[in-house]
Design a binder for this molecule. Structure first.
Ligand SMILES: Cc1cc2nc3c(=O)[nH]c(=O)nc-3n(C[C@H](O)[C@H](O)[C@H](O)COP(=O)(O)OP(=O)(O)OC[C@H]3O[C@@H](n4cnc5c(N)ncnc54)[C@H](O)[C@@H]3O)c2cc1C
Length: 420
């Protein structure tokens, strides 16, 4: 796409969207009892429907990539548009006015894995993979957590052994969102057991269809199975698909984790719990004069506002070309606190209707939100770990005692934490 100013870009984007997508119907004012009442955070998705939704989402992404709107700020030498980052937001605002397939399938790949490949991959791999990822020819996942390494990510034990121009990976990953429909994954493995825990790790991009990769779904308490266990048995990866230098995988992982917190924290805030819906609930159950319920509702509203402003500050920093830093943990904490406040509110207002399905509109449907919310407090780094990051790296408090960063990994019995 030729170089264009902001106004030209906006015009081109609008023309493309008007020609290829339908405008969303004008939103009717919310009325209690009308329309869908789904509030679930991790829905039970029928696998066949999921495949259809994925195909539609891929088709739309390919269409916009081919028109120059799939990787707007990406470097032109790798197939990106070369535009300033703020054009991404212009596009997102315009696209949100149209009915287009859900892009959630690509959140991890494009929000976290692709920026890491761009930052740490060798130029041939960047040129090979990134256009395909942004065009959705390849969907990707993040293979970090293991049964014994979550918060304490640097304790991971998946082995990476060098064999000429290849690496052989053996071990198990867990909680891998979207692994069952992914084509590639970013994996961190231990390449040297004689080095201290953070120093013997190496990052790779793995082909999820390679021999030896086995994906098994894990069901959550919400009923959905959005994430998986992934087993690696003698999986071969060419050295060209290594990310960063050998044994420098920790900085590769940190690039991904900073982007992860940025993308989770900048989410809509509260899932199905918009302020309008919750205040309608309060009125419906004639609690709008109850001072405790009103106070709870205002708490949710206040969290939402503060989160919005905090995210705006981060987005401005991103627009100015800065990399997301430890302050992104604040956004993630803000989001989960708002969700917790929403859970407390609906539990108090709905009482037994939340746990016993009476068929009444807008009541039992909140169970899926309340059951899904704890996962949001864990995914991408738990609340406690976020507080540690803010304490140590934003407020400058002393580090947790007892973190062994000097002994060889093979001599350690327990780990420390993901944010180290
Ligand atoms: C919905 C969802 C999706 C996910 N998707 C992915 C994915 O796609 N890829 C992936 O790699 N992983 C994924 N994860 C895993 C996630 O990153 C881990 O669950 C998370 O890092 C926590 O690790 P853990 O489960 O091992 O818990 P643990 O680390 O064992 O933590 C257990 C408890 O101890 C607390 N704790 C641990 N260390 C400290 C400390 N130093 N100070 C204070 N408290 C501490 C924690 O806060 C927590 O309450 C996902 C998780 C969820 C819930």
């Amino acid at each position: 796409m030729p170089e264009m100013n902001e106004e030209q870009f906006t015009t081109e984007a609008s023309v493309f969207l008007e020609a290829n997508a339908s405008r969303k119907a004008e939103q009717k004012a919310f009325v209690w009892g009308e329309g869908p009442d789904n509030a679930a955070l991790f829905e039970e998705v029928d696998r066949e429907q999921e495949q259809l939704d994925l195909a539609a989402a891929k088709e739309w992404r390919a269409q916009k990539f081919d028109a120059g709107f799939g990787w707007i700020s990406g470097p032109t030498e790798f197939g990106g548009g070369g535009h300033p980052r703020r054009y991404e937001r212009i596009w997102a605002n315009l696209e949100s006015q149209f009915d287009v397939p859900d892009s959630g399938f690509f959140g991890i790949g494009l929000g976290m894995v692709a920026p890491t490949i761009l930052a740490h991959g060798n130029p041939e791999v960047v040129a090979e993979l990134l256009p395909k990822m942004y065009r959705a020819d390849l969907v990707s996942c993040q293979l970090f957590s293991e049964p014994g390494a979550g918060s304490d990510l640097a304790s991971l034990q998946m082995r990476a052994d060098r064999d000429g121009d290849e690496w052989i990976l053996n071990g198990q990953k867990v909680w891998t969102s979207g692994a069952h429909y992914s084509d590639v994954g970013e994996v961190i493995a231990r390449s040297d057991f004689d080095l201290p825990k953070h120093q013997g790790l190496t990052g790779f991009v793995v082909d999820m269809h390679a021999p030896g990769v086995e994906v098994k779904p894990l069901r959550q308490m919400t009923g959905g199975a959005n994430f998986n266990e992934v087993f690696f048995s003698d999986v071969r990866i060419p050295d060209s698909h290594r990310l960063g230098e050998v044994n420098q995988g920790w900085s590769v992982a940190l690039t991904t984790l900073m982007n992860e917190r940025a993308s989770i924290g900048s989410g809509s805030g509260g899932g199905g719990g918009s302020y309008t819906k919750l205040s309608a609930m309060l009125r419906h159950f004639e609690l709008d004069n109850d001072s405790l319920s009103r106070q709870q509702l205002m708490n949710i509203f206040t969290y939402g506002k503060v989160l919005g402003w905090s995210n705006q500050r981060s987005l401005d920093a991103l627009k100015a070309g800065k990399t997301p830093g430890p302050e992104m943990s604040l956004s993630k904490m803000g989001l989960t606190r708002q969700m917790q406040a929403t859970c407390d509110f609906v539990s108090d207002v709905l009482e037994a209707r939340l746990v016993a399905d009476t068929g009444e509109w807008g009541t039992f449907s909140w169970a899926g939100f309340v059951l899904g919310q704890p996962a949001m407090r864990i995914a991408g780094g738990s609340d406690e770990v976020m507080r540690n990051i803010v304490g140590e790296r934003v407020l400058g408090l002393p580090k947790e005692p007892g973190i062994d960063t000097t002994s060889p990994f093979k001599e350690l019995k327990v780990g420390t934490q993901r944010n180290e």
